[in-house]
Write a new protein. Structure first.
Length: 241
């Protein structure tokens, strides 16, 4: 749900097995905050948009009047969450992130169809693509995407080189990227520096690098080549371009 117009917006996370959660709102008035608190606690079960998410989750833009039950305008829910907020309609943008969760952007309408559903539908592919660049995962533990990028980078780094190098070579590669010297790597693996140097030569040969200075740019290029939500060694995506 949400209560906003072109000057205000409300972004929520819908979950199939959990209560919705607020991600962002431009509304700060105490009455609105109180109403939204009630909505997120219990009243969401009466929300036509939430019911639509449970029934038919897909990328879509709808006005409240278009999807609500025929007697909805007579309901206490409508009186509580719309009339008190001086709204005549609500325009909702639904963007499922998984089978269990969706982003819901609510735009409140303060006059007769001031918000153009047709215009929003035209923008839907762009809005959806941008949203999924940030929310590759949407969970109750991380509804705003915080920690998602860090976790993704950690996983990508831990897998870097695995598709091209031996396990030991990939591990040494990641240690080099972290700034460990040949001597430090040798001590960690209880090898001689010469053995580590031989590993480094093989690593650079397999990766097509002429020097250590090219390793970090390769890692960054591989990260950029990964599609949103992709997993595994970033090099897989770079070398297949």
């Amino acid at each position: 749900m949400g209560v906003s117009n072109a000057q205000a917006a409300h972004l929520s996370a819908f979950f199939r097995n959990d209560k919705p959660m607020e991600i962002y709102s431009t509304r700060t008035d105490p009455d609105v905050i109180e109403a939204l608190g009630t909505y997120f606690d219990v009243a969401f079960v009466l929300d036509p948009f939430y019911e639509l998410f449970l029934r038919d989750p897909c990328d879509r833009v709808d006005s409240l009047h278009a999807i609500a039950p025929d007697d909805f305008l007579m309901s206490e829910y409508y009186e509580k969450f719309f009339l008190e907020l001086s709204l005549s309609d609500e325009c909702g943008v639904m963007l499922p992130i998984s089978s269990e969760a969706a982003l819901f952007l609510s735009l409140g309408v303060y006059d007769d169809r001031a918000m153009s559903v047709a215009r929003l539908r035209a923008l839907l592919p762009v809005v959806g693509a941008l949203a999924r660049r940030h929310w590759t995962v949407l969970t109750p533990e991380s509804p705003d995407g915080s920690g998602r990028l860090a976790a993704h980078l950690d996983e990508s780094f831990a897998a870097f080189g695995n598709s091209v190098l031996s396990p030991r070579e990939a591990e040494i590669t990641r240690m080099i990227l972290k700034g460990h010297s040949t001597k430090a790597i040798a001590l960690m693996f209880k090898n001689s520096p010469e053995t580590v140097k031989a590993h480094r030569r093989r690593i650079y040969g397999k990766l097509g690098l002429s020097a250590q200075g090219a390793l970090l740019p390769l890692f960054l290029d591989a990260l950029r080549a990964m599609p949103p939500g992709a997993k595994g060694d970033p090099l897989k995506y770079l070398f297949t371009q």
